[in-house]
Design a binder for this molecule. Structure first.
Ligand code: HEC
Ligand code: HEC
Length: 373
């Protein structure tokens, strides 16, 4: 038997129904209605133009849906390691003046960002790049805007010693601080039971990485990917259609709707600001000038301002600039609205209990004092 799958809006345009209409059944009343209802009272049905449903072949490029956590090479980290990582993520004593932690610039209650153009670290110094979110970051193919760290474990060693971030002068100083806190000595032993000397900066970063691998934010979009058309509203389905038609998915694809490749910023039309060359600074290859990691668009509604330099303050503006510079297209206000409506469906749930600020172990008599210099 031939079956058609159709999408409908009710006369008031409130809801979409997916419906199977058998060829033998001439009455195409939506399944939600009483079967005895007279045909004349059936709502006027209309296929919503441009709405994309989960069975559209183009949706496959965004699968699979988000996993419960991003696996670390060699399997899942122990609970002890994750617990330690969670404490260290909030640990300001890993900074020179005991006033900056990972959470200062990647606030877990604020979708993993600081909401500013560029971040402020030690002595109120500013960096030159916008802080990306740590949520789902462990799933990116590389870390940083220019991909200079291969994974979250490698990444997490950087900020502690970075002079404009946490500004610890040496790894030895950071390690001495951790060793001076009796609670941490115990926690590192538990998390790294086979290490003769477990309290190291490398192990601290490894534990923070294990914590970050669990910072995932599943959303309605994942239900949609799983086949539930109603997980997105009709407007969001139409927005997805626009996103695909305009061609955003050439770069923003996969589980994270990005996070899987480098691309040239200003691919079709040169990007106005070229002082930060992106990946060329890492590889010294001219071909990498203006190459940046394509960011994930998950939770993008919540992570303004946008781009590596934080130059776009609204999502509308970011979408318009992307269409112009990456695809050579001028999009209408309506198209921008539709795409933004879709992008908001990528906002997921924050694991509130998991990310609660923990009570940190007390300093010991030898713990160094804050150093404001
Ligand atoms: C002073 C602000 C600041 C602090 C403190 C800080 N970060 Fe960041 N973080 C940034 C900025 C800015 C970037 C982007 C830098 C770049 O790409 O060159 C970044 C990048 C990252 C990334 C890469 C994400 C991606 O999408 O590529 C991760 C992961 C991350 N930080 C985790 C951490 C962890 C873990 C800590 C604590 C050990 C930390 N950060 C401390 C500002 C900060
Ligand atoms: C040719 C590849 C490419 C295409 C096509 C593309 N993008 Fe991007 N997108 C990027 C890159 C690369 C960046 C990072 C730019 C930077 O370094 O600031 C980015 C950044 C973004 C950002 C900012 C995210 C953040 O966290 O700062 C948004 C939003 C975005 N893109 C949406 C879109 C939309 C919507 C479309 C379609 C109109 C689109 N992109 C098309 C490559 C692309």
């Amino acid at each position: 038997m031939r079956r058609h799958t159709l999408s409908f809006v009710s006369p008031v345009g409130m809801a979409a129904f997916s419906l199977f209409v058998g060829t033998a059944c001439l009455d195409s009343t939506p399944v939600q209605q009483q079967p005895h209802e007279p045909k004349t009272e059936a709502p006027v049905k209309k296929v919503v133009p441009g709405a994309v449903l989960p069975d559209d072949p183009r949706v496959a490029m965004f699968k699979p849906a988000l996993p419960a956590e991003f696996a670390v090479r060699g399997g899942t980290a122990s609970e002890d390691k994750v617990t330690l990582g969670r404490l260290l993520y909030f640990e300001t004593r890993l900074s020179k003046n005991h006033d900056v932690s990972c959470n200062s610039c990647h606030s877990l209650t604020a979708y993993g960002v600081d909401g500013t153009k560029v971040s402020t670290g030690h002595k109120k110094q500013q960096g030159s790049r916008n802080a990306p979110t740590v949520y789902n970051a462990a799933g990116h193919f590389v870390q940083f805007w220019d991909g200079r760290a291969k994974d979250v474990e490698e990444q997490a060693q950087g900020p502690v010693l970075n002079p404009v971030e946490m500004a610890m002068p040496t790894a030895a100083k950071a390690e001495a601080t951790l060793r001076s806190i009796p609670g941490y000595v115990e926690l590192f032993k538990k998390a790294f039971p086979t290490d003769a000397n477990p309290v190291t900066l490398a192990n601290a970063a490894s534990a923070i990485g294990a914590f970050e691998r669990k910072l995932v934010t599943p959303s309605r979009w994942d239900k949609f990917l799983g086949g539930d058309a109603d997980a997105l509203t009709v407007d969001e389905q139409v927005g997805l259609g626009k996103f695909l038609d305009v061609g955003c998915n050439a770069c923003h694809m996969g589980t994270l709707v990005g996070g899987g490749m480098f691309q040239k910023l200003g691919l079709v039309k040169a990007w106005p600001a070229a002082d930060d060359g992106g990946r060329v600074m890492v590889t010294k290859q001219e071909a990498d000038r203006m190459m940046f990691k394509v960011p994930s668009l998950r939770n993008v509604e919540k992570t303004a301002p946008y781009f590596h330099d934080g130059s776009a303050s609204s999502l509308d503006e970011a979408v318009r600039l992307m269409a112009r510079h990456q695809l050579g297209k001028e999009v209408s206000d309506g198209d921008v609205r539709a795409i933004v409506t879709f992008l908001k469906s990528l906002t997921g749930a924050i694991p509130q209990d998991f990310i609660k600020a923990p009570e940190l172990p007390a300093s010991g008599p030898k713990t160094p004092k804050p150093d404001p210099r």
